[in-house]
Design a protein around this ligand. Sequence first.
Ligand code: SAH
Length: 217
Amino acid sequence: MAQQADTRKIRMIMGLRSQGISDINVLSAIEKIPREVFVSENFEDQAYENRALSIGLGQTISQPQIVAVMTQTLDLNDRHKVLEVGTGSGYQAVVLASLCRRLYTIERHAPLLELAEKRFEYLGVRNITAVVGDGMLGWIEQAPFERIIVTAAAKNNAPPALIEQLAVGGLLVIPIERSSGDQVLRLYRKEGDKTYAMKDIMPVRFVPLLPDVASGV
Ligand code: SAH
């Protein structure tokens, strides 16, 4: 079983390399983190396939390729304080936390956050601070962040609070849903207090970024 998981994992890493992931730190972080811990038992055998998987409450753990592209785009180092909006399963959070100083992550579904926190503890990851909330508002007490990542699609533009809470010189990566309905992964670079540059990276498909904390289910 463990052997099988290893083979599948190696195949996944080779796939990421052929899809243009070249950052060795990103590849080795992904290689180290057991993705099967983040999916429910009935999906365990698909944990190393390059696809998004359901994590309940209508949400998904992102496809490994997208996790890798977003992480590589953020160009992280161990001095960075990073904000993630959309904790979900916690998988992307653990990948980020292994490459930065401290990760702050926000999730609007309390039951998902609770499960994700158990996984952080199980894996012995100690540099993540997680909270239930509306990530569209950012995390003002902890701002500014050198890097921000949003793992749910915003309509038309990045939420203004997130751009505000980005440090000058910082990067924000976020899926944007355009008026046509399709989504693109967009990178913002904050150049001055009120100025930023943007670059579109690739087409993507994410669940929507929604306001407020989700009410009980
Ligand atoms: N990064 C996750 C993928 C999560 S899917 C992983 O690795 O598994 C996107 C998540 O964003 C969902 O769990 C959804 O509930 C959450 N979300 C959507 N809008 C949000 C908001 N405004 N604030 C916080 N979380 C949000």
